[in-house]
Design a protein around this ligand. Structure first.
Ligand SMILES: Cc1ncc(COP(=O)(O)O)c(C=O)c1O
Length: 381
């Protein structure tokens, strides 16, 4: 592993480009393609990932916060950026200054934006979120027409889009609930149009819905996890295989590697790590890995996961601590100080997938990736 850091996250440009092309094939050219790069691009590095996505022809980027949008602008990225999360009242001015699109659903936000647009003469483009059954962000359909009309009264505020978000595609192969949400969204759009209000952009999709549903009425697709080479879930993969002629081929983009900090010979019967949760049953060679839960390596991987050393699996022994854990390399000859350990990704014929770590830790691949500490260098390879 070149460089001086004890660990690094490698981003495979070719895998990312491959996944983007797979989704462009599905999204087509008539719809805009928004890459969701929130949460540090699902752990892949906000700016590094966005630059590749934009160079590959992605039309829009989606972030969670104004802060992330500002980081994109500071990096010289000029494509439309939609803030999907909550923009606190105190950062609305900055969002407008940096030409970020905002997702809105609170009247107070609209009042503040109207005042700043009037004061500055700026145009602020808004995407109104419709509540269709996720009960997270959004305006309930019965209030939608009044909410949109109210925004349009203000010079400088433009309702550019109408968005919503699915609650339950990934967890099941039965898609009644998202179909109900789609129907709710369609009804809200029809009612809005009947009230004489038309909004140019409509979007509701995520990776799973982009793969599984025909979405002719949407003119923008928001794709996150699939770009990073993960299926949203086993259920989505299964649905896709059963229902689609040609499911996309996805390639994992991220690898996580560390240098071994010490090789240590341990006698039979020794307890390893905090809590003495593992006891050796033979003379053992341990590799001390300078990575812990602070880095995002979940403590629930204690005594459960493997790392790859020289293309072979080395089991994690004892508890994962804040900055260290130990792996058993007794059966891997010739391991030396600062040899590379792969925590996530491939080494030779072996691979540790984010989904593998997720199932051991009782979570989902999204969380495994998004939790990798943003301070660890991201290197595009
Ligand atoms: C509003 C919104 N749109 C789109 C996405 C992308 O979802 P996925 O990563 O499943 O493609 C997310 C992710 O959580 C989201 O919050």
């Amino acid at each position: 592993m070149p460089g001086a850091s004890v660990e690094r996250v490698e981003i495979s440009r070719s895998a990312l480009v491959h996944n983007i092309r797979e989704f462009r094939r599905i999204v087509g050219r008539k719809r805009l393609f928004l890459a969701v790069v929130k949460a540090n691009a699902y752990g892949h590095g906000l700016v590094e990932t966005s630059a590749i996505a934009v160079a590959e022809g992605v039309d829009w980027l989606g972030v969670n916060s104004v802060e992330e949008g500002v980081a994109l602008r500071d990096a010289g990225i000029g494509v439309p950026v939609l803030v999907l999360g909550y923009a606190p009242l105190g950062v609305l001015e900055e969002a407008a200054d940096r030409d970020l699109r905002l997702t809105v659903y609170n009247r107070e936000t609209v009042r503040r934006l109207a005042a700043l647009a009037a004061r500055s003469g700026r145009t602020v483009r808004l995407h109104v979120k419709v509540e269709t059954g996720t009960w997270r962000q959004g305006v309930v359909p019965k209030d939608l027409a009044a909410f949109v009309r109210d925004i349009r009264k203000h010079q400088g505020l433009v309702v550019e889009g109408l968005s919503s978000h699915f609650a339950n595609i990934e967890d099941t192969t039965k898609h009644d609930y998202p179909r109900l949400q789609l129907e709710c969204y369609r009804t809200a759009c029809r009612e809005l149009e009947a009230a004489g209000v038309s909004v140019p952009m409509k979007h509701m999709s995520c990776t799973a819905s982009t793969i599984l549903f025909q979405e002719p009425e949407f003119n923008l697709a928001r794709v996150g996890i699939g770009l990073y080479g993960l299926w949203p879930s086993k259920e989505t993969y299964l649905s896709s295989v059963l229902e689609k002629a040609e499911p996309p081929s996805l390639r994992p983009v991220l690898s996580w590697k560390a240098r071994i900090a010490q090789i240590k010979k341990v006698p039979t019967g020794a307890f390893i790590g905090y809590g003495c949760t593992y006891r050796t049953t033979r003379p053992t060679v341990l590799a001390v890995i300078p990575v812990g839960y602070y880095d995002g390596y979940d403590r629930r991987l204690s005594n459960a996961a493997h790392v790859l050393v020289k293309g072979r699996r080395a089991p994690v022994r004892g508890r994962v601590a804040m900055d260290f854990f130990m792996a058993d390399v007794t059966d891997i000859p010739g391991v030396k100080l600062e040899d590379e350990a792969t925590l996530l990704g491939a080494d030779g014929r072996e691979r540790i997938a984010a989904e593998d770590l997720a199932s051991l830790a009782g979570t989902i691949g999204y969380e495994v990736l998004a939790r990798i500490n943003p301070l660890i260098p991201r290197v595009v390879v």
